[in-house]
Design a protein around this ligand. Structure first.
Ligand SMILES: NC(=O)c1ccc[n+]([C@@H]2O[C@H](COP(=O)([O-])OP(=O)(O)OC[C@H]3O[C@@H](n4cnc5c(N)ncnc54)[C@H](O)[C@@H]3O)[C@@H](O)[C@H]2O)c1
Length: 408
């Protein structure tokens, strides 16, 4: 059975109670009236629900992709069909990718929602003509936040940006559970591999890496972690994982998953050491964690399948998934994070956009936290939606927690 893009959007919408509640309020209050929102995000069904929420709030919204391989064309077509300007296309070239980003900027956005910071980067370097109208922006992912901090350190950032990724209601759930489940689901659907008993090497034990490692172990995989941060490495060790260097992991791993947000994790130094039949995949934002140029130069490609390129080195088959792009979104079967996780992440985006529209002019250029009231409000909405209840602090407890006089 095939589903249309519109059906995919409707399917996602039914499992997004928090975003739906926000959309109902936006429809009544129109807090984004007069805003032109330019977005670069992975264009798939959950993102479409965010787009519709922002449009319901009165904004004029246009969107393109934030990765050449993560767009679902049927969802992009459904967005266009509902009157949203959507320029994303799966499999676009780098030139087409930036041409689409320019189309977003041609609409002179007042507010930007970015994922990975390519859009914000373009504004500051090549499209300064649109800078004066931008009130502020929101950034979705860790890699984008790294780039933003680097810009802020060099005093190059010219408008306020809300670090959506860094708020607990985003990264506690999206990076850990969303990446953890969707990365493994995508790998299993693409390769039909059994994870139980396999040696899975997870590079990076941050939020994403921890999610992937824990969930792979729960499926019976024998997980090895590689790290560069001694505290994160020790955390992985105490969580029960083997922690070794990539040089030592290369000859023993069956499946590699990079989640570092850094470059050159699996390189020409490692490829000749790998076992035949090994699968290499990346969950970090950019496709530079696996040194693909080295593979292209030194190894013959013997087969292209949907989502898998097979290279041969010294007679050994090495399978690269999704061209080294985020494996949970860029394989043909990749659907991205589970819906319930994106309900939270995109609720943060919607309310952060509302916050920028209201307060952007008062904020200094630079990276700003999501206000904790927004974070807590979303947590409460979600708890209500799942029927969970929590306790309230008593007056006595509040006083106790704020006092330095209560001791032994
Ligand atoms: N696939 C997805 O859907 C998805 C979702 C969220 C985030 N991301 C992306 O995933 C990446 C990681 O995000 P995160 O939130 O886990 O970041 P994080 O900063 O929490 O974790 C990254 C970890 O990688 C480690 N690391 C850095 N260089 C390394 C190296 N050379 N070898 C081994 N480990 C190394 C760091 O020490 C850190 O512990 C980012 O690019 C982020 O944008 C992807």
């Amino acid at each position: 059975m095939t589903y249309t893009g519109q059906q995919k959007i409707e399917w996602a919408q039914q499992y997004m109670p928090v975003l739906n509640a926000i959309r109902e309020r936006f429809e009544k209050e129109k807090p984004l009236m007069g805003q032109r929102i330019g977005m670069a995000l992975h264009v798939e069904a959950k993102t479409a629900c965010l787009v519709k929420t922002l449009a319901a709030g009165g904004a004029n919204v246009c969107i393109t992709g934030c990765n050449p391989l993560s767009t679902q064309n049927d969802v992009a077509a459904a967005l266009c069909g509902s009157g949203i300007a959507c320029y994303a296309e799966r499999g676009c070239t780098t030139w087409e990718y930036y041409a689409a980003i320019d189309k977003i900027l041609d609409a002179h956005p007042t507010l930007i929602i970015d994922d990975g910071m390519d859009l914000i980067h373009r504004v500051h370097l090549d499209r300064r003509d649109v800078l004066p109208e931008i009130v502020g922006a929101c950034e979705e992912t860790t890699t984008g936040i790294h780039r933003l901090w680097a810009m802020e350190t060099e005093k190059k950032l010219e408008f306020p940006v809300i670090a959506v990724n860094d708020t607990p209601m985003k990264h506690y759930f999206d990076n850990v559970h969303g990446t953890g489940e969707s990365v493994l689901a995508s790998i299993m659907l693409t390769t039909n591999m059994l994870l139980a008993g396999r040696r899975v090497v997870v590079a990076g034990y941050g939020y994403c890496g921890r999610g992937v490692a824990v969930k792979a172990r729960s499926l019976g995989a024998r997980v090895i972690v590689t790290e560069i941060d001694p505290r994160r490495a020790l955390q992985a060790y105490f969580d029960g994982f083997d922690v070794i260097s990539m040089d030592k992991a290369a000859p023993v791993g069956d499946l590699f998953i990079t989640t570092t947000g850094n470059c050159n994790i699996l390189t020409g130094r490692h490829f000749p050491l790998l076992k035949s039949g090994v699968a290499l995949s990346n969950a970090g934002h950019f496709n530079n964690e696996i040194e693909i140029p080295w593979l292209e130069e030194h190894a013959a490609v013997i087969e292209h399948r949907d989502g898998i390129d097979t290279y041969v080195i010294n007679g050994k088959n090495i399978h690269l998934l999704a061209e080294g792009r985020l494996v949970n979104l860029a394989t043909p079967k990749g659907m991205g994070h589970p819906i319930e996780v994106m309900d939270l992440s995109f609720a943060v985006q919607a309310l952060s956009a509302e916050y920028v529209a209201k307060h952007g002019c008062e904020l200094k250029p630079g990276v700003h936290d999501v206000p904790s009231e927004i974070d807590e409000y979303i947590a409460r909405l979600k708890l209500d939606a799942v029927g969970a209840s929590i306790d309230e602090l008593s007056a006595e407890q509040k006083e106790y927690m704020c006092s330095w006089n209560h001791g032994t």
